[in-house]
Design a protein around this ligand. Structure first.
Ligand SMILES: [Ca+2]
Ligand SMILES: [Ca+2]
Length: 276
């Protein structure tokens, strides 16, 4: 790729992307892709913000209050969903605790502590199960009026006693009451309770490699193809180099930077065009 084509790719972004609106850059971006809800992150593209719906592992840190956080929240672009429809979540598995090497997936890896997810009235409270069973979560409304079609909420996550320091893993899924819109693929949130940033990143990379196992990570907008629409955000991530919370779709090999190693992966998937 020569510098001229890089310049064209980047300068085309500002003209083509939609208005930034009021999205929270640190939130989990959600939208529709290939007939289902998809998760990702927001990327700054010039003066605009665009969701990259191709991230399924997110990091979070307790501590707004002890054992509590409501960040990242869930946010979409205006018009992303049917106004007044509801989007809810499911807890897909029991909580897991990092053992320094892995989040063990057997029952032995389930800690005695549970995590609470809550927003609004008491009925909107759920606890992680103590076995690997699905817990149907509560749902929240997609906006009407000025920001019609935007979904932006911040459920609170509380680690209950006997909470201890370390890293916890939550496996979730989103669903919608919008006709014809299928539930999301599973996504994962890795929570730090006084863990180091290095350990948090190590654990999140483990989840990507062992649980998510993406087969077409270079499809950054989640449309099933790896083409020029993905090259534009890849170049922006490459120029920026670093990854920010809650995740980094352009870091294709999970080392928390976007560099030449990721470009090699991107190029090989770009040549293939269609995701497997
Ligand atoms: Ca794509
Ligand atoms: Ca990388």
């Amino acid at each position: 790729m020569n510098r001229f084509s890089l310049f064209c790719a980047v300068s085309g972004v500002a003209a083509g992307a939609s208005s930034a609106g009021a999205q929270h850059l640190v939130d989990i971006a959600i939208g529709q892709a290939q007939g289902r809800i998809a998760t990702g992150v927001f990327q700054v593209q010039g003066v605009n913000v665009t969701p990259l719906l191709s991230q399924r592992v997110f990091i979070a840190e307790f501590g707004q209050f002890p054992g509590f956080t409501n960040s990242p929240g869930l946010d979409s672009m205006v018009g992303a969903f049917q106004p007044a429809s509801q989007i809810g979540f499911n807890i897909l598995k029991a909580l897991r605790k990092w053992n320094g090497f892995a989040f063990p997936q057997g029952s032995a890896g389930i800690p005695p502590e549970q995590m609470q997810i809550k927003l609004g009235p008491p009925a909107n409270t759920r606890l992680t199960p103590l076995t690997d069973t699905v817990v149907t979560g509560f749902s929240l409304a997609v906006s009407t009026g000025t920001n019609a079609g935007e979904f932006h909420h911040h459920p609170g996550f509380t680690l209950l006693d006997p909470a201890s320091d370390g890293l916890y893993l939550l496996e979730l899924q989103l669903w919608s009451t919008q006709s014809g819109l299928a539930a999301s693929e599973p996504y994962w949130m890795v929570f730090s309770q006084n863990a180091t940033e290095g350990d948090l990143k190590l654990a999140a990379s483990w989840v990507k490699e062992n649980l998510w196992q993406p087969t077409c990570a270079a499809d950054l907008n989640g449309d099933g193809f790896v083409d020029d629409a993905d090259f534009v955000p890849f170049v922006i991530g490459y120029d920026y180099l670093l990854c920010d919370p809650p995740g980094c779709p352009t870091d294709l090999n999970g080392d928390w930077t976007t560099d030449d190693a990721d470009f090699s992966i991107f190029a090989s998937q770009y040549d293939r065009l269609i995701c497997p």
